[in-house]
Design a protein around this ligand. Structure first.
Ligand code: ADP
Length: 539
């Protein structure tokens, strides 16, 4: 066979060639833009020439601090298109982490959304490698800003060359992108993505047994473009010529519902909190969501109740997938096998809530206390992954040696696996609750809690216990307007028939709001601190 490099630039070239009329619909701060892949292609080519003008060279890191919109999409292809590295930065992180990330990646230039300017102005003096800032505004004039030098994206593009070629001779193993984990503990860790990894991962998103993305889809990635490349959806959708809907800055559940109806969205993807929000919106107002063939949920476990509400109440197919920053990210996908179709409704739901089976192209191992675990759905072990879109190190980081061992990524996720090879995440290694020599899965209890009608959100953390080593505490946010009185007892009674006695939470604490990470996951570290404070416990 020929040795043909798999490159990110060639994905957009395909869209230009075969799908020039297909649309990218993009919400920015001020307006809704309708572009075609012909437009996106030309604009990306202009951008590549501009990047050259600004002194960006092969291997240089191009940082972005931006929401999901067409300009961000253009940088997705423009930076790797000249051999530079697209570095998406999570704008919801603390300034301290953002400074760390930009300096550690040694970003040469930053592309910034207008609403992120104040944040970057504040930290400008601490950025050691950035030589220029570009603001992605709709306005004709540059906003007032202390950033220097500051350029306007659209003005720069005006001066760019719309025929600029994608760079030739890229090694498919060169770095095309990078992203830092959102760091629930410690400093963020950088992961780099090769051209090859991104292209192969895009193939994986097109497989019928995963997301089956195709030309006929209208894809709306709600997961931010600064979080693992919006799970690779902008790359794959462009390559396949799908219509894309980019929901833009500070979107609300209402905007998502309106876009689904207005643009006939077929596939959308995001974390469970997004879908909880959308559910609430769908319950308040009527929308036509009949175009949706897939709501894709990942990032944390999809609660049974949410899957059920989408599918049974709203007739919207809801799919669950698993991955991490280190895995580009899609690693497993949950679908029933052909011979599982006649399971009872309850069994189907249980099955669909699992994280699914490994995507073709990857390899897994699950290591428990005594080597590889049995596929009996009982024995717990850590999930190890390898494959062409799994990272093999953290970028310039000593912590690599703890996670990448003998050619395997140690995910830090504890799973069980059933005889079908379907995995179920029971916890992260650091969140498992150890009680009297046994392990308790906080995730299982959380899923059960969420199924209670009165409960909006739930998280379970451990507190130290003199007798049992650790014991579980349930932290609960009730649905709006509900009183706490009598709820604790009711919740415990609700859980009692579902779990062994030692799994039952020792207490239920009620919160108005749960602390969350920048990507909408429960911030268990902070929750644990709050719970400890509640009981006057010290480390
Ligand atoms: P961070 O590690 O900072 O949270 P990532 O986005 O890389 O950032 O998170 C990956 C982790 O999210 C996985 O290791 C796993 O613990 C969790 N995760 C991802 N998808 C799922 C899922 N479908 N179900 C349960 N947990 C998930």
């Amino acid at each position: 066979m020929m040795e043909a490099p798999l490159t990110v630039g060639s994905m957009l070239e395909r869209a230009e060639k075969f799908f020039p009329k297909k649309q990218v619909i993009s919400q920015t701060h001020d307006k809704l833009h309708y572009l075609t892949y012909a437009d996106i292609g030309q604009r990306t080519r202009r951008l590549m020439s501009v990047l050259h003008e600004l002194g960006v060279q092969k291997g240089d890191r191009v940082g972005t601090l931006a929401w999901n919109h067409h300009r961000h999409l253009e940088i997705y292809f423009g930076a790797p298109g000249i051999g530079a590295v697209l570095h998406t930065i999570n704008i919801r992180l603390s300034p301290e982490h953002i400074i760390y990330i930009i300096n550690h990646a040694e970003d040469k230039i930053l592309f910034i959304d207008e609403d992120v300017l104040p944040l970057i102005e504040k930290i400008q003096d601490q950025l050691t490698t950035v030589e220029a800032f570009v603001v992605m505004t709709d306005k004709s004039e540059l906003p007032e800003s202390g950033l220097n030098p500051l350029y306007s994206y659209e003005e720069l593009l005006q001066s760019g060359d719309p025929t600029h070629p994608f760079i030739e001779g890229i090694d498919e193993n060169d770095t095309a992108g990078m992203c830092y984990t959102s760091a629930t503990t410690g400093k963020p860790k950088g992961v780099t993505y090769s051209h090859r990894g991104i292209v192969l991962h895009s193939f994986a998103l097109g497989i019928a047994d995963t997301a089956g993305l195709s030309e006929s889809d209208v894809a709306m990635p709600v997961v931010p473009q600064f979080h693992v490349n919006a799970w690779g959806i902008p790359f794959a959708s462009t390559w396949f010529g799908s219509t894309q809907v980019m929901p833009g800055p500070r979107f609300t559940p209402k905007r998502l519902a309106q876009f689904i109806e207005k643009f006939g969205v077929t596939v959308t993807a995001g974390v469970p909190t997004i879908w909880l929000g959308l559910l609430r919106e769908l319950e308040q107002e009527n929308y036509d969501t009949s175009s949706l063939r897939m709501v894709l949920c990942g990032g944390s476990a999809a609660p049974l109740g949410v899957i059920k509400a989408f599918e049974e109440k709203h007739n919207i197919p809801f799919y669950h997938a698993y991955g991490a920053t280190e895995t580009t990210p899609v690693a497993t996908f949950s679908r029933l096998k052909s011979y599982q179709q006649d399971l009872s409704d309850e069994e189907r739901l249980e099955e669909r809530a699992r994280q699914g089976i490994l995507v073709p192209g990857l390899d897994m191992k699950i290591i428990g206390n005594n080597g590889e675990v049995k596929w009996d759905d009982q024995e717990m072990g850590e999930l190890l992954l390898r494959g062409p879109w799994i990272a093999d190190e953290y970028y310039k980081d000593d912590r690599s040696e703890n996670a990448f061992i003998d050619g395997w990524l140690h995910t830090g996720d504890v799973v069980t696996v059933d005889e079908e090879g379907t995995i179920k995440i029971v916890d992260r290694t650091k969140d498992l609750i150890k009680s009297g020599g046994e392990w308790i899965s906080s995730v299982d209890i959380e899923n059960a809690l969420i199924a209670h009608d009165a409960i909006f959100e739930a998280s379970v953390v451990a507190i130290p216990d003199a007798e049992w080593q650790e014991c579980p505490i349930a932290c609960v946010v009730l649905n709006e307007g509900l009183a706490v009185d009598g709820m604790k007892e009711e919740i415990i009674e609700f859980l009692r028939p579902q779990f062994a006695k030692f799994w039952l939470p020792d207490d239920v604490l009620f919160f108005d709001e749960a602390p969350k990470t920048s990507v909408g996951k429960f911030l268990k570290r902070e929750l644990r601190e709050q719970v400890k404070a509640e009981y006057n416990l010290q480390d």
